[in-house]
Design a protein around this ligand. Structure first.
Ligand code: F6P
Length: 373
């Protein structure tokens, strides 16, 4: 009897998703004789049973396309917004999986998707995942697809900012994505020759950052490039956030709870705008003009790099092979030149942040690049 598999893409889109869909689909179809369907817009499409047949023609010509031909969403099976309410729609998803006579469901996504996939696996579905995100913060895999493309875009931006910073003798603060992990800022900062790199893993001291700029000026460099993760925090901001989180948790009455909630909201708002504040404060402290560039979603857009296409293709084809062998409940991780099926329990709920003694950090420090600590 023919075997059937379903694919969905969830969470933020990422370059390489189409290459992965094609990798799974073509290998499943051609090598293992499986039928392949896609669900539209992540877990929402599984709930609504909105499908598309993934055959030779739909899988052709998508290798180099950015985004995802399936569409995506950040919906969670057990917390689905439906008609103004949040509902657990797991049972309906299980029903639709069986209605399509699926032998496996492949979920392509980042940290959140790994958790949602485990949730469906616990509900009895045969689920496999692939690690994608430009943040490169999925646990138990060497790397995620999307990262290489975003790294290239961020590096090219820093390259370009050098000439304008140099010409105007300015500080340029460039913000790259990464709320919880600093891989993108660290990688692009290193590759682009940033002078200071600020990442969520290292709480920075503003005085230290300005000192680094002043020392460069004293040594004859009249400009500085600062690469900063969107999730980087100064010590002061981090302490403020920690204080109000604790006060909220320990609030003894309604008044204290309301006050702590408001203060926490304000602290979060300040964090969200931290790159502009950082630039303003550096201008005050160094008396050098400063400018901010926020890359935003441009880092996720467009054609995937060759590295991401190769990675997504080999993870995708390995996924089809694992399904053929009856393996499920795993993420297809990149391990060296090969792949490895890692149990979802070991991936879900964990995040791969930058270790403080990572060789990239050691290398940067030895070159005199500052981390504000
Ligand atoms: O998860 C990838 C990511 O691009 C993060 O780097 C970023 O913080 C977030 O998504 C942005 O999410 P959204 O596209 O929903 O604004």
């Amino acid at each position: 009897m023919d075997r059937n598999i379903g694919i969905l893409t969830a969470g933020g889109d990422s370059p390489g998703l189409n290459a992965a869909i094609r990798g799974i689909g073509k290998a499943a179809h051609r090598t293992y004789g499986m039928n392949v369907i896609g669900f539209r817009d992540g877990f929402r499409g599984l709930m609504q049973n909105r499908t598309i047949r993934l055959d030779g023609s739909t899988l052709s010509g998508i290798l180099t396309a950015g985004g995802t031909i399936l569409g995506t969403s950040r919906d969670k099976p057990h917390k689905m917004p439906v008609g103004g309410r949040t509902m657990d729609m797991t049972d309906l998803m299980v029903e639709n999986y069986h209605a399509n006579h699926l032998d496996a469901l492949v979920c392509l996504g980042g940290g959140g998707t790994q958790k949602n996939a485990l949730h469906l696996a616990k509900a009895g579905l045969r689920v496999l995942t692939l690690p994608k995100t430009i943040d490169n913060d999925v646990a138990m895999t060497d790397v995620t697809f999307g990262y290489d493309t975003a790294l290239t875009i961020a590096t090219e931006t820093i390259d370009r900012l050098h000439s304008t910073a140099h010409s105007h003798h300015r500080i340029v603060v460039v913000e790259v994505m990464g709320h919880n992990a600093g891989w993108l800022a660290l990688g692009s900062g290193l590759a682009g020759g940033a002078d200071v790199i600020l990442i969520p893993e290292i709480r920075y001291d503003l005085e230290r950052v300005s000192q680094a700029v002043i020392e460069r000026r004293q040594a004859g460099s009249t400009f500085s490039i600062i690469a900063v993760s969107e999730g980087a925090l100064s010590r002061e901001q981090a302490d403020n956030l920690d204080r109000w989180k604790t006060r909220k948790k320990n609030a003894a009455n309604e008044y204290e709870l309301r006050k702590a909630t408001l203060k926490l909201e304000k602290a979060r708002q300040e964090q969200a705008e931290h790159t502009h504040r950082l630039a303003r404060k550096l201008e005050d402290l160094t008396r050098l003009e400063s400018r901010v560039t926020i890359l935003g979603h441009v880092q996720r857009g467009g054609v995937p790099s060759p590295g991401d296409r190769v990675l997504a293709t080999r993870l995708g084809s390995a996924c089809a092979r694992y399904i053929d062998k009856g393996i499920h409940g795993v993420m297809v991780a990149a391990r060296g030149e090969g792949t490895e099926p890692v149990p979802l329990e070991e991936v879900a709920g964990r995040r791969k942040t930058v270790p403080l003694d990572h060789p990239w950090i050691r290398s940067a420090r030895s070159l005199g690049i500052g981390f504000g600590d």
